[in-house]
Design a binder for this molecule. Structure first.
Ligand code: PRX
Length: 683
């Protein structure tokens, strides 16, 4: 790879010298888009002649019925309710495009997934033909248990084959899947079951995370109980007996979690599959805008939002961004995205995108740190992975433990290494490039959201000169703009709120069951634009640098959390009068939740109360929401209108003693001195 040192100014005050990394020569040769001028040409046509551009992409997929329509949208709330449509009138099916379409073009015996278990001894593979057979069978299970087109199915599974099968089976019959990350608490799961009105839920008895056995079925039982109390009866639960087939960590004992099917509504997966032997289950042709899935993400108000994705647009976009961002070629690539299907990255870039591209991919149940910190590189060597996709948090954690974990395995197969979920700091970027990729691989920092369906700002491995820490340029069809606080466009270099000025096929179509929230969250801040909630800078060469959330969401290890949701979990404690949670910087996680709590008269924040509060966050949301630090606050800094000034709390949590900005609008300035003095020594 050639390194060119160039100077450019990111910030007017700080002139920094940064490296620009040109695309590696071997990638340039066979790339779908080769060289920056080709990117610019294609990008221009994707904007100026967007319908034709997307029609060409869609033509690579199968449509039972085509459409002459392209994108239609309204982003301007002053003109009516916002909406997006793509290929109106077309009919297709996403699972068909993942499976039968590939089988028909001769890929039936090709391996679709290389399943790599939590324990390295647990590995298996499945071809496209075999996967189709399982998907058809499970879709028959769903149908015979009363699930049909438009019904919702909750899935609460670890990263095992049944997760992929269940998602595809839903897509095959037009049921809407709602995957809930199997690290969420019973309360979080219950809220998602109720909101989605799930007709059926798929889970497993449990899972090992490293050496730790985790019972999942009891969480589901509790969630079903809570959902029933909330008026939503879950009629059916299918349980995968996963624990009995896993190799136990050395010295470990088989966990006893009780019977996996303990209730009338429960049915064991294999028995259910057996019961539909020989039953055919045809593909349901879906309208372009029929719902495909909902996936919950944190919302500023505290209540999670069910992000709705539909059929033709999501399908076309997941297919095309996988193809472009990783420059995939099914004949030669072994692809691996380490994400969990509980998040959007797993939907678009573990399941749908790679399958539609006919790839062989690793499907990983494990942890980067188990059995030790070399797991990612050991698996890379084992399967000769060519394209890999992971998170900056994982990269930082692995970087911290030393290069020898990396260098003892052969990584010469790696051509592209992607990251997602949060800004990647230049030092982690450089480590990936130099140590992991040995200077040979292109690093692709991909910016996107649950809402965007797929990458919206990302480099192309064979085209984009890279700058460490920048997600570079907008993807095809995406018009990324920066606007100031008044909603005015910022042209050229500058900093502002990151928005999109036009629709792209993969964008969300709504918030499940809440049209107003859809309009309010994404389109009301800057009328005419979709607002991401992120801030960003643009340099003289048009490179975009996403700086992070500018709203009340925080990004912990690449996962969005709502400060309001954690606050209400803490405030549920009888001794807590009020809580305010802010993001504080963390070397590995990017940021962590730092909580300030005001206690009722006479109460003190003892270690046992801290433990109780942490437990509340764990049970109400999940382990990722547990604040690392909880500080007692004699009062919270508030404006005269009673609004907590988080800006000041954030500075205090970051360790600042002064330079807190304007404090004159506060009712009681002395609170700040007390908060600084009361900062715990580990803060
Ligand atoms: O703040 C941005 C950050 O993650 C948010 C989206 O989170 P979520 O919907 O959970 O989806 C994560 C996986 C797509 C964004 O609003 N984010 C994601 N990728 C990046 C990023 N921030 C900076 N750089 C990125 N590459």
């Amino acid at each position: 790879m050639s390194d060119v040192r160039v100077k450019f100014s990111l910030d007017k005050e700080v002139e920094e010298e940064l490296d620009v990394f040109l695309p590696p020569a071997p990638l340039l040769a066979g790339a779908h888009v080769s060289g920056l001028p080709s990117y610019h040409d294609l990008y221009r046509s994707s904007i100026n002649d967007s319908d034709r551009f997307w029609a060409t992409v869609a033509a690579e997929l199968y449509f039972e019925q085509g459409s002459t329509k392209g994108l239609e949208w309204n982003f301007d709330v002053r003109k009516g309710a916002p909406f997006t449509r793509f290929m109106s009138g077309a009919r297709t099916n996403v699972a068909y495009n993942c499976l039968e379409r590939n089988i028909k073009r001769g890929l039936g015996d090709k391996v679709a997934f290389l399943f790599e278990g939590n324990d390295p001894r647990d590995a298996s593979k499945i071809t496209y033909n075999q996967l189709l057979e399982k998907v058809v069978a499970f879709s028959a299970v769903l149908r015979t248990r009363g699930v049909g087109k438009g019904d919702t199915v909750s899935i609460y599974l670890p990263m095992i084959s049944e997760l992929a099968i269940a998602m595809l089976a839903c897509a095959r019959i037009g049921a809407i899947h709602s995957v809930v990350f199997a690290g969420f608490s019973a309360e979080s799961l219950a809220a998602r079951i109720v909101d989605a009105k799930a007709k059926l839920l798929v889970t497993s008895d449990g899972v090992f995370r490293g050496t730790k056995p985790i019972a999942l079925k009891p969480i589901v039982d509790k969630a079903a109980e809570l959902a029933a109390a909330d008026g939503c009866l879950l009629p059916k639960v299918i349980v995968v007996e996963h624990l009995k087939r896993v190799s136990l960590p050395d010295g470990g004992k088989a966990p006893q979690f009780g019977p996996s099917c303990s209730h009338e509504r429960d049915e064991e997966w294999e028995a259910a599959m057996e019961s539909v032997k020989g039953v055919d289950s045809r593909v349901e042709w879906m309208d372009a805008e029929d719902s495909l899935f909902i996936l919950y993400t944190s919302g500023s108000t505290g209540k999670p939002k069910g992000i709705l994705h539909t059929t033709a647009g999501y399908m076309t976009y997941a297919y095309q961004t996988t193809k472009m961002t990783f420059d995939v070629h099914h004949e030669t690539d072994v692809y691996w995205c380490t994400a969990d299907c509980g998040w959007i990255t797993g939907h678009s870039y573990v399941l749908y995108g790679p399958l539609m591209n006919g790839l062989t991919s690793v499907f990983f149940e494990g942890l980067p740190s188990y059995p030790d910190a070399s797991r990612l590189w050991q698996v890379t060597e084992k399967y000769k992975v060519t394209k890999m996709y992971t998170s900056p948090t994982a990269v930082r954690a692995l970087m911290a433990v030393g290069d020898h974990y990396v260098t003892k395995y052969d990584r010469r197969s790696l051509q592209v290494i992607g990251t997602v979920g949060e800004p990647i700091n230049p030092s982690a970027w450089r480590w990936l490039h130099k140590v992991v990729g040995e200077g040979r691989a292109a690093i692709v920092d991909t910016y996107w959201q649950t809402e965007t369906g797929g990458h919206v700002i990302a480099p192309l491995p064979g085209a984009t000169p890279l700058k460490p820490g920048s997600a570079t340029f907008p993807c095809f069809g995406v018009e990324a703009v920066l606007v100031d606080s008044e909603g005015r466009l910022i042209e050229g270099p500058g900093e502002g709120n990151l928005c999109f000025a036009r629709a792209w096929p993969g964008m969300l179509r709504g918030v499940w069951g809440d049209t107003d929230r859809f309009a309010k969250t994404y389109f009301s801040s800057f009328p005419g634009f979709y607002f991401t909630g992120d801030g960003a800078k643009r340099d003289e060469e048009g490179y975009i640098w996403v700086t992070g959330r500018v709203d009340d969401l925080m990004n912990v290890s690449g996962h969005l959390l709502s400060t309001a949701e954690i606050e209400s979990a803490l405030a549920a404690h009888e001794k807590v009068a009020e809580a305010a949670v802010v993001a504080a910087p963390h070397d590995i996680k990017g940021s962590f939740p730092y909580a300030f709590v005001t206690l009722n008269q006479g109460e003190r924040l003892t270690p046992s109360l801290v433990a109780e509060l942490k437990q509340l966050a764990r049970t109400k949301i999940g382990p990722i929401a547990v604040p690392d630090i909880i500080q007692q606050a004699p009062g919270l800094p508030k404006t005269r209108s009673g609004k907590v000034t988080r800006r000041i709390l954030r500075k205090i949590a970051e360790g600042f003693d002064n330079g807190l900005g304007d404090t004159t609008t506060l009712i009681d300035e002395s609170v700040i001195t007390q908060l600084i003095a009361g900062r715990p020594s580990n803060a």
